[in-house]
Structures are given as C-alpha cells and as structure tokens.
Design a protein around this ligand. Structure first.
Ligand code: DHB
Ligand code: MG
Length: 221
C-alpha cells in the first residue's frame, strides 16, 4: 500500500519480510557471501553495503552497460565484487582505499572471488589520487561510499569525469539521519545532493540510509 504513511517514511518491512525477500531473490552466491563476511572475519567495521543494495548496484551497472567504473571507498571489497561481477568482458573497476589494512583485505577478497584481473585497487587518499585517474576516463559509472564530508568533492570529480549518460551512485545519502544538521559533513552532503540534482537526472532511493542515483545529463560547466 503506497500511501501517505509510506511516503512520509514509514516502512512495512520486518526482519522476517526482509529475510524472505532476500532468500527468494538472492540465491546464495558463495563468493559474494564470503566477501560480505570479510569485515567481520578481519576485525574491520561492518559497514559494507547490505546484500540487496549490492545487488541493486550490480543491476544498475548492468542496465547501463557500464564498462569503466570508479569506486571511492573499497573497505573489504564487497561492493567491488558486485561491481566487478556486473562488468562486461574487458570492463574495469578502479577502487580507491586509503586504509592499508582494508586495501590488503580487499585485494585478498577480490582475488578469491575471481575478479582480480578486472579490478585495480588504488591504495591512496582519494582527493590526492583522483586527478591521476582522469586519463583513464571518461568513466561509465562512479560509486561513492567513503568519507561523507567529502562527497561534494567526489561528486564534482564524478561530474567532470563521467561520460554523458554515465551513472553516479552514492551510499549513505541520508548521512545516518544527520543530513539536515549543521555539521560540516551535513553541509558537504547537502552540497553533493544539490549539485548532483543540477547536472544529473537523479533520485535518492529510500534505502535505510539513502542511495543517491543519477544519470549525467549535462556536461560539467
Ligand atoms: C559508516 C560508513 C558507511 O559507508 C556506511 O554505509 C555505514 C556506516 C560509518 O562510517 O560508520
Ligand atoms: Mg556506506
């Protein structure tokens, strides 16, 4: 029932409904299940995408036939596995991770999943390294899941380095519920949304923490 309550944010999913939907739509994939468990196995923060969000990310990339993708914020490589799985032959993912331990775990996880040949892990700070990627573009898609206070910078880089029709996707677009606050992070996230909306045909999908999705419609100024 799509109604005023659901449009105002009420959710009808229960833990049991989510479990049923996941079990029905997401047949077990050993490699992805193992990648999902990697943060827990390695004592890392368990802040990876949920399995349904990973699957949605992969589907969006498949629908847009994305060949060259950049991810900012690799963590243990779970979302990178979803992205790599969606790439056509010859496609490539560049994924940026500043934490050396996380990058090391991701290399192992992505290799074990069989995607090592189509993924480059860049072990550096994203702001320092993004401009070095420009020559490998223009890109078909950019996925943001890194430090939230710099989404505005990452969004600007994406605008400049995506092809027209390219996809920008960003996790945590509600900033853990703090999107409308006064913090610098909240202001940066709002700039991200507002600048995205100017150049992209976009929507913020109401996943638990918001997933901004947009197609680039106009060139960077
Ligand atoms: C955090 C980061 C994320 O990207 C996320 O999806 C959830 C939590 C965090 O930094 O706490
Ligand atoms: Mg996230």
């Amino acid at each position: 029932m799509a109604d005023q309550s659901s449009r105002a944010g009420e959710r009808y999913a229960s833990a049991q409904i989510l479990e049923y939907a996941a079990r029905t739509h997401h047949p077990e994939d050993r490699a992805l299940a193992r990648a999902f468990e990697a943060p827990a196995r390695h004592g890392m923060p368990e802040i990876q995408l949920g399995p349904a969000e990973g699957r949605l990310l992969g589907l969006l990339l498949r629908l847009s036939q994305a060949r060259k993708v950049v991810e900012i914020g690799t963590l243990a490589g779970y979302s990178a596995c979803w992205i790599a799985r969606a790439l056509p032959p010859g496609g490539h993912l560049w994924t940026i991770e500043s934490n050396p331990k996380h990058a090391g775990v991701a290399a192992e996880v992505i290799g074990e999943a069989g995607f090592g040949d189509r993924v480059t892990i860049i072990r550096d700070d994203a702001v320092a390294v993004l401009s070095k990627l420009n020559d490998s573009g223009p890109f078909c898609a950019v996925f943001l899941d890194a430090d939230k206070g710099r989404y505005d910078l990452y969004g600007r880089w994406a605008l400049e380095n995506l092809r027209l029709g390219g996809l920008l996707i960003a996790d945590n677009a509600y900033l853990f519920g703090r999107l409308l606050g006064d913090s610098d992070e909240a202001k940066a996230m709002r700039r991200f949304h507002e600048e995205m909306a100017l150049h992209f045909d976009s929507v913020c999908v109401p996943t638990p923490d918001g997933l901004a999705v947009g197609v680039k419609m106009t060139p960077a100024a």
